[in-house]
Design a protein around this ligand. Structure first.
Ligand SMILES: NC(=O)c1ccc[n+]([C@@H]2O[C@H](COP(=O)([O-])OP(=O)(O)OC[C@H]3O[C@@H](n4cnc5c(N)ncnc54)[C@H](O)[C@@H]3O)[C@@H](O)[C@H]2O)c1
Length: 402
């Protein structure tokens, strides 16, 4: 496995007084990685626990780990990795073997401490941030554990939980514990979203459409596999990023929706058999416009078989396209190529969204340390709203497309 070398950070002795005791504990009890220097949160850095690393080249958590170990996020020190599956029942699988190789390398090169569960970790030695990137169904439990183990802040991968009910309970639990939960909705900080919003603001009466595509083959087998693996459905699994944009920037909430217009010519719902032989009904593409009670209008277009692009289109009052911006743009394409060459077997979306993953992590880590606002980062309240919108839209689309 390719893994770029970084200079090693030695134990820092400049930490604030509040952490001196636990630091001594850590030095003597935890950092037992012999003969290698250890990576350790320094003054101004959050002590990050990555919860749910996943398989190298496939798991979202793994890519977050790579970015932190390569020091792309100056305020984040990846000190601990918690991996329940690949250090447990999944250890002997081929992906488990890949994980083991990554673990050995990260331990020896960076001194990162690995554990099967949060229970095994020492108390915080610096402002503690958990980056939770487990399977969506596991994330509610992992959040409770992160709260119980001294996290000051949590970076929760989208959508956060399978249902509104669960995410609302998580939000309430975190609030009661005084723990802040910020979301990995990276499109909230994406360049193409910002450019489109800025351009639209200069054109009176303009309209923005956010387009997102996947590159599944348009066959019953390929889509059936996709429907089964992402059985929470297209809206919660794929278009949820766009729903978070709508909630963040266009005041879209279930209470504020005035009208939903489904483009029936574009949209399609199918019932297909997954690999297990069970049938799943989902949308393979959908396009819709939402009008809000306070006068906003915005559209979303998603297609499981549309390619690899995300982009935004601005149309003027007459419906003529006046602006389009892609992710990645020409400037970022070079960076994507470099990353592809470095990690040839990794998921392609890691690379197109690479700068945005860095931005979100850095802002959340910095916020964990200094408490200043994490600009543009979606809160768990926005995530609840995005999930509510998804649950509200699904029956409307089902009725329209039946
Ligand atoms: N922001 C984004 O662009 C983006 C992209 C992809 C995924 N995500 C989110 O990140 C989170 C993790 O997604 P992922 O694709 O890395 O998930 P994943 O299933 O690959 O890995 C997540 C965890 O699941 C466990 N796991 C893996 N295989 C398992 C098995 N066979 N049985 C039981 N447990 C197993 C492991 O502990 C692993 O750490 C999700 O919340 C997802 O929605 C976000």
């Amino acid at each position: 496995m390719k893994f770029a070398a970084i200079s090693i950070t030695m134990l820092s002795f400049t930490r604030s007084a509040a952490f001196q005791t636990s630091k001594a504990f850590l030095r003597t009890n935890v950092r037992t990685v012999s003969s290698t220097a250890v990576r350790f949160a320094e003054e101004g850095q959050a002590e990050v626990i990555l919860v749910g690393c996943g398989a190298p080249n496939r798991g979202m958590g793994w890519y977050h780990a790579v970015q932190m170990l390569e020091k792309k996020c100056p305020s984040a020190s990846l000190d601990f990795v918690v991996e329940p599956w690949f250090m447990g029942d999944g250890a002997d699988s081929p992906a488990g073997q890949d994980f083991k190789e990554f673990k050995t390398e990260a331990e020896s090169k960076y001194g990162t401490k690995f554990a099967k569960s949060l229970q095994e970790l020492p108390p915080p030695a610096a402002p503690r941030l958990a980056l939770i990137s487990g399977r969506t169904a596991d994330n509610p439990k992992l959040l409770s554990e992160a709260i119980a183990h001294g996290c000051k802040c949590v970076y929760l991968e989208k959508p956060g939980a399978p249902t509104v009910k669960e995410l609302e309970a998580m939000s309430a639990e975190a609030k009661q514990a005084g723990v802040e939960v910020l979301m990995g909705y990276n499109k909230n900080v994406a360049k193409y979203v910002r450019k489109a919003r800025e351009f639209a603001a200069t054109v009176p009466g303009s309209h923005v459409t956010f387009v997102t595509n996947n590159a599944y083959e348009n066959t019953p087998e390929s889509l059936g596999e996709c429907f089964e693996r992402n059985s929470e459905g297209m809206l919660k699994n794929m278009a949820i990023h766009e729903l978070a944009l709508l909630a963040s920037f266009y005041d879209v909430s279930v209470d504020n929706i005035a009208e939903v217009i489904v483009d029936k010519d574009f949209s399609s719902m199918q019932t297909l058999k997954g690999p297990s032989g069970k049938s799943f009904t989902d949308f393979d593409k959908v396009k819709f416009t939402i009008k809000t009670k306070n006068g906003n209008e915005v559209s979303v277009q998603t297609d499981r078989c549309g390619g690899t692009d995300s982009y935004a289109v601005v149309t003027d009052k007459s419906g003529k396209e006046v602006f389009r911006y892609y992710m990645p743009d020409d400037e970022d394409k070079k960076h994507v190529e470099q990353l592809q060459a470095k990690y040839p077997t990794a998921m392609p979306y890691f690379f197109t969204q690479d700068p945005d993953y860095i931005t979100v992590k850095e802002r959340v880590a910095k916020h964990t340390v200094d408490g200043k606002p994490a600009e543009g980062i979606a809160t768990i309240e926005i995530a609840v709203e995005a999930l509510k919108i998804a649950e509200y839209l699904v029956p409307i689309f089902q009725k329209e497309l039946a």
